[in-house]
Design a protein around this ligand. Structure first.
Ligand code: ZN
Length: 214
């Protein structure tokens, strides 16, 4: 089973992907993690994308698709996987169709107010990168990381005005992508406008959609 998770930033698809992967015993590939890992390991690809990311630009489609293809064609991915963060554009989806045909695309959505509340409450440890949320997952001591004691900071990306802009960009970019998968009959809508404590309500919808294609 090859399952794609789509959804705006803050919609909870990454969290859901991790839980679904454990339930179905399949690997979870997050392209964000794939890029971070490449940068950390200092591979040729990592060096290339480091400069691009640091200058605030988007990694070109061809480079993203190349890296994802390489990862998805490794033996541990043979039985299937959950992938989030790819494809982001209809161009990437068309490239993916040439090397991997998804069985279903879970399309997560939540209202803007919900997303803004979630993301603006996010704090990141400046030392180890651990992520907290003032509403759903606050640190034990205010402003301090539970595991390393580092200072928690709010990323510029998580300011409401910046979030609004990210959501606009996301919607413009993914509209054609959603049409692409709707036409193929692969899209399943997942309502993720629940509190994080009600994760099971989100997962139930995913199970139902997955059982249909299993
Ligand atoms: Zn920390």
């Amino acid at each position: 089973m090859k399952i794609i998770l789509l959804g705006a930033p803050g919609v909870g698809k990454g969290t859901a992907a991790g839980m679904l992967a454990r339930k179905y015993g399949l690997p979870h590939l997050s392209t964000g993690d794939l890029f971070k890992e490449a940068i950390r390991a200092g591979t040729d690809f990592g060096k290339k994308i480091k400069g691009i990311v640091e200058s605030g630009n988007l990694i070109p489609d061809t480079m993203v698709s190349h890296a994802v293809k390489e990862r998805l064609t490794k033996p541990d991915m043979k039985r299937g996987y959950f992938i989030d963060g790819y494809p982001r554009t209809v161009e990437q989806a068309m490239v993916m169709d040439t090397f991997a045909k998804p069985d279903i695309v879970l399309n997560f959505s939540a209202g803007r107010d919900t997303i803004i509340t979630r993301l603006s409450g996010r704090r990141v440890c400046s030392k180890c990168g651990a992520i907290y949320n003032m509403a759903s997952n606050p640190p034990k001591t205010e402003g301090r990381c539970n595991s390393c004691g580092g200072t928690l900071v709010k990323r510029k990306d998580d300011d409401p005005a910046v979030i609004m802009n990210r959501l606009d960009v996301y919607e413009a970019q993914t509209k054609p992508l959603i049409q692409h998968y709707t036409r193929k009959g692969l899209l399943a809508d997942i309502d993720s406008s629940f509190d994080i404590s009600e994760m099971d309500k989100i997962l139930e919808q995913c199970y139902k959609a997955i059982e249909k294609v299993k």
